[in-house]
Ligand binder design. Structure first.
Ligand code: AMP
Length: 285
């Protein structure tokens, strides 16, 4: 079932809660693919009822980013959600979420701001304010749906770590479940933004997973010096790849490592033409 208003979601979930049913939430921005479907499948398996939200959240886009051209495919999203066993699709408008005139600056809207230590690095460094927008909308979705569980992909590992931190710091009574990255057979991590890539660009985009798999291989062979691990990336990079960052950090605190261990995660972001792609891998699993 598809609904567009907060009121409808609240009424439906209230009815489920009355019956003692557990509720899972999968927040998304739509243009759904098999990565999103794996989150839905996890929720359907674990919870009695599953809600997904489809909302391209304007306040998590920075000036000059792809808010206007972000793919919007609600009909196909509903079909995919149904095939995954989802009970409710919540697809609000910006006006429904942020009100009349939706004035989105933090002069006029209450924001949830995650700690600077977690946001001044990796994606937060170039996307200033992005995680403020993410935490604010995720909080709103948590308050609207009031799920027992919420499912997020490791594809956006910094986001997952920040949301876990927010839930802990604000005592939000929801269990956050992280789900593994779904990749194409080629190794390319699925992403809604892959739609911007030509077939040729997609081949270039394999550089992200190649660098990550290679670093993990080197770690498994016994190399733990982070500088040495990072240097292995340079053989894969060429003039078509505009590297934004390649970092090895603690998977809980995002502290930078000098010596890698099993709780280290390798994070990479780079641009192919103007398309910004991210990927990551745990070293210890
Ligand atoms: P998005 O629609 O891009 O905001 O993503 C919604 C959720 O799906 C987030 O928790 C993402 O981390 C997750 N997700 C996106 N791509 C993948 C993927 N390839 N594998 C697993 N989860 C993913």
């Amino acid at each position: 079932m598809l609904v567009h208003t907060i009121k409808e979601v609240r009424e439906i979930v209230k009815e489920w809660k009355k019956q003692g049913l557990s509720v899972g939430l999968v927040p998304t921005m739509g243009a759904l693919h098999a990565g999103h479907k794996s989150l839905m499948a996890k929720s359907v398996e674990k919870c009695d009822r599953t809600v997904i939200s489809v909302f391209v959240n304007p306040i998590q886009f920075c000036p000059g980013e792809d808010l206007d051209k972000y793919p919007r495919t609600l009909d196909a999203d509903c079909e995919l959600a149904q095939s995954a066993g989802v009970d409710l699709v919540f697809a609000p408008s910006p006006k429904e979420m942020y009100g009349e005139g939706h004035i989105l600056s933090n002069d006029f809207l209450t924001y949830v701001i995650p700690p600077y230590f977690y946001t001044d690095k990796l994606c937060g460094k170039s996307r200033v304010g992005h995680f403020d927008g993410v935490c604010t909308v995720v909080n709103k979705l948590f308050n609207i749906v009031q799920p027992d569980f919420a499912f997020f992909g490791e594809k956006d590992a910094q986001q997952l770590i920040i949301i876990k931190k927010m839930v802990k710091d604000l005592n939000i009574p929801i269990e956050i479940i992280g789900c593994p990255i779904v990749r194409e057979e080629s190794g390319l991590a699925l992403s809604s933004r892959n739609k911007y890539l030509s077939e040729e660009d997609k081949k270039e985009a394999l550089v992200l997973s190649k660098i990550l798999f290679n670093i993990k291989n080197c770690y498994k062979k016994g190399i733990t010096d982070v500088k040495a691990l990072k240097e292995t990336a340079f053989t894969f990079l060429n003039e078509n790849h505009n590297l934004e960052y390649l970092d090895i950090r603690d998977n809980d605190t995002l502290d930078e490592k000098t010596v890698a261990d099993n709780n280290s995660r390798v994070f990479i972001a780079l641009k192919i033409k103007n398309v910004r792609l991210i990927d990551n891998i745990m070293l210890g699993s």
